[in-house]
Design a protein around this ligand. Structure first.
Ligand code: HJL
Ligand code: ZN
Length: 237
């Protein structure tokens, strides 16, 4: 049986994942992602059961991982048993701004596996469908296998690219190299462009200021506090 989600409703939840992702601290070592878990089968459907964003919870946590962990903790059950809450009738769809990870550089359990594990207790239930708005860029892991793994686990998935640009802009904030590359290409563009009549030149003169304001951004102390102690699963990077 396929889980029908209207495009209108899917885009609404994907927009919500972008808003959630904006709460995530910019970091060069991962993406800022948002996740919403929705029941399409309950009495007040569609109903949001849980939300999450990258690094919302303690440790090196992903958006999907946070949404699942929060759902489990809301019901005082272990994270591994979260699937027991998700019967087939609830018709659960997981929305994530970025395709679920299939592999993590840290070696932590990939979110695609966490999603597949929700079907342990209810082979007809758990997360039945995953909707995402952007493919994982090859920054950390190339050729993500997550969609293949979802298909093998008979979990439907849908890639809705309408909001992809916004999603990637939010996801990649804090990626230092990208910012520098963008800055350099902006400078090159501006240097090549003659100043327009009546307009102040935006050439090389403005660049040091941009640089200075980027440098002046304080490091987020919360980010450091959220790092798990050395040796724990979450701290591996
Ligand atoms: C998704 C997230 C998130 C990523 N992907 N779907 N949700 N951060 O919340 C994928 C990226 C991994 C890197 C580094 N990011 O995060 O591939 O350190 O962040 O385990 O592979 O791995 P760690
Ligand atoms: Zn993940």
């Amino acid at each position: 049986m396929t889980t029908s989600t209207s495009k209108e409703s899917s885009l609404r939840f994907l927009k919500q994942t972008i808003d959630l992702a904006k709460n995530s601290p910019p970091k060069p070592t991962n993406f800022r992602v948002g996740c919403v878990i929705v029941a399409y089968g309950g009495p007040n459907s569609p109903q949001i059961l849980s939300t999450g964003y990258t690094l919302e919870l303690e440790g090196n946590t992903h958006a999907e991982q946070c949404a699942l962990r929060k759902l489990a903790s809301d019901h005082s059950i272990p994270e591994d048993d979260v699937g027991s809450l998700l019967s087939g009738e609830l018709n659960i769809v997981l929305y994530t701004s970025l395709e679920p990870c299939g592999k993590r550089l840290s070696g932590n359990l990939a979110c695609v596996q966490r999603i597949i594990n929700t079907r342990k207790q209810h082979p007809e239930g758990g997360i039945r469908k995953v909707v995402f708005g952007a493919k994982e860029p090859g920054t950390f892991v190339q050729d993500s296998q997550s969609c293949k793994l979802l298909t093998e686990a008979t979990i439907e998935w849908e890639y809705l690219p309408d909001l992809e640009q916004d999603i990637l802009t939010v996801a990649m904030e804090g990626h230092v190299k990208d910012e520098k590359a963008k800055d350099t290409s902006e400078k090159t563009k501006q240097a090549a462009k003659p100043a327009e009549a009546g307009q102040p030149s935006m050439g090389a003169g403005s660049a040091p200021q941009e640089h200075a304001s980027a440098e002046a951004q304080p490091r987020n102390p919360k980010k450091r506090m959220m790092e798990a102690p050395p040796g724990s699963e979450e701290s591996r990077s």
